[in-house]
Design a protein around this ligand. Structure first.
Ligand SMILES: Cc1cc2nc3c(=O)[nH]c(=O)nc-3n(C[C@H](O)[C@H](O)[C@H](O)COP(=O)(O)OP(=O)(O)OC[C@H]3O[C@@H](n4cnc5c(N)ncnc54)[C@H](O)[C@@H]3O)c2cc1C
Length: 398
């Protein structure tokens, strides 16, 4: 039986997040483009409402929310923050908090997760390197066991939240090669605190989502205690993809939410602005574009929630890992493209104002563009769906 409704509890959560996001975040969103940081009172407010890594179990400070509920929060944040900074701050910690909660050691969870959910520390993900992005097996960073601890060497690049973890506290779930000769089967995942001796951060100047940093760090003989290993040694490649799937589902909802919100602003403008003696909304050429973008984004929104629901079904034993990968990749495949196309249209409707920094939609456009790469590129989503349809023997790069 099909049921497209959310539970009563989920509706209440949506209501309270919307109230907070529209009152506190929406009015200050564009300021983050200049200050380059999320205001401390917003982080505090999110923590008080339980919106930071709410996927973490209650015993470690979270709410124990499932993926669909995490998606509801992501959507409301995306509708309020045109810069995309707070949605990124949220989605990264919700996804990787979930993975830490599921695979981390008891000792590490007690030590780290409550600081994350309280908004004191930042928890990120670091797989990408200058020479290895989509191809995670191309990772050059290494981890080796020495007695009762591990030593890590290498570098990571294009990582969200480097400044946040380096200056506030916290760190990144990081992947490295433990047994390079084993390829994907020789990679280990671990928690890397960014204040560790041997970490040197660098920053990149992103086009958008400027309230949260993107950067990299070199890792020079950094010592990691054994309780920071996430899951088993040499299982990192597989665990990290679970986290990426979670994040991709949330990103798909964010793209739909941001795009639909932009269309709302566009609709208002079309009705108010007059040309040739009538409101722009009277021109069918523009009406049809509105109808098309709205339809695409509504399907994207449904597809994104379906993908997150599929993720939740796996935990109940009702979906396989492969069904989850395919559903999530299908949702993310068009997410940034369709959202960017809708936002671009809204900028176009606004004439020359659409090309100024005062126009909220240009900030949304730049933010959404990042999701064509972040947490798995739109091409890699096609690779995954094709692999699931045709079989592994047809993977082009093998
Ligand atoms: C703003 C931003 C934030 C990010 N944050 C993080 C983060 O927090 N943590 C992290 O680890 N990474 C992060 N990334 C990195 C992101 O995950 C990578 O950019 C992405 O995985 C692609 O890797 P790459 O940039 O090295 O491109 P490459 O892997 O070098 O790919 C280059 C191009 O080739 C395409 N391509 C590659 N392989 C194939 C194939 N088999 N078939 C068809 N096309 C292919 C890609 O889709 C891409 O268009 C972030 C990126 C951005 C832009």
């Amino acid at each position: 039986m099909l049921d497209f409704t959310f539970t009563e509890e989920q509706e209440m959560i949506r209501e309270s997040v919307r109230d907070f996001a529209q009152k506190k975040i929406a009015p200050i969103a564009l300021e983050m483009e200049k200050t380059k940081q999320i205001p401390e009172e917003i982080i505090k407010g999110m923590a008080e409402l339980g919106l930071i890594a709410p996927t973490v179990s209650p015993e470690y400070g979270g709410q124990g929310f499932d993926a669909v509920t995490a998606g509801i929060i992501a959507e409301e944040l995306a509708k309020a923050d045109v810069t995309g900074s707070i949605p990124v701050f949220y989605l990264v910690q919700a996804s990787w908090g979930h993975i830490f909660d599921k695979y981390g050691t008891e000792e590490a969870k007690k030590e780290i997760l409550p600081n994350v959910t309280k908004g004191k520390w930042f928890l990120g993900i670091a797989t990408t390197e200058s020479d290895a992005g989509s191809d995670v097996v191309g990772t050059r960073t290494t981890i080796r066991k020495e007695g009762d601890h591990y030593v890590v060497n290498g570098e990571k690049m294009y990582i969200s939240g480097v400044r946040e973890a380096y200056t506030r506290g916290g760190g990144h779930i990081t992947i490295a090669k433990q047994n390079p000769e084993l390829g994907a089967k020789g990679m280990t995942l671990f928690y890397l605190p960014l204040q560790s001796k041997g970490i040197i951060p660098t920053y990149v100047d992103d086009l958008g989502r400027e309230g949260i940093s993107t950067g990299g760090f070199t890792i020079d003989n950094v010592v990691i205690p054994k309780h920071y290993i996430i899951g088993e040694e040499n299982r990192g490649f597989y665990i990290v993809h679970e986290g990426y799937e979670y994040a991709r589902g949330l990103i798909s909802v964010i793209c739909a939410g941001a795009g639909l919100q932009s269309l709302e602003r566009g609709k208002k403008y079309l009705k108010e602005r007059k040309a040739f003696g009538q409101p722009l909304a009277k021109f069918e050429a523009l009406q049809f574009r509105l109808a098309e973008h709205y339809t695409k984004l509504s399907f994207l929104r449904l597809g994104a929630y379906w993908a997150l629901w599929t993720y939740d079904q796996e935990a109940k034993g009702k979906a396989t890992r492969f069904e989850v990968s395919k559903a999530i990749a299908m949702a993310k495949m068009f997410a940034s493209e369709w959202s960017n196309a809708a936002i671009d249209e809204v900028m176009q409707w606004q004439g020359a104002f659409g090309y100024t920094r005062e126009c909220p939609d240009q900030a949304a456009w730049r933010a959404i563009r990042s999701f064509a790469w972040a947490e798995g590129s739109k091409e890699i989503m096609r690779v995954i769906v094709s692999r699931e349809l045709l079989g592994k023997e047809y993977i082009s790069y093998k």
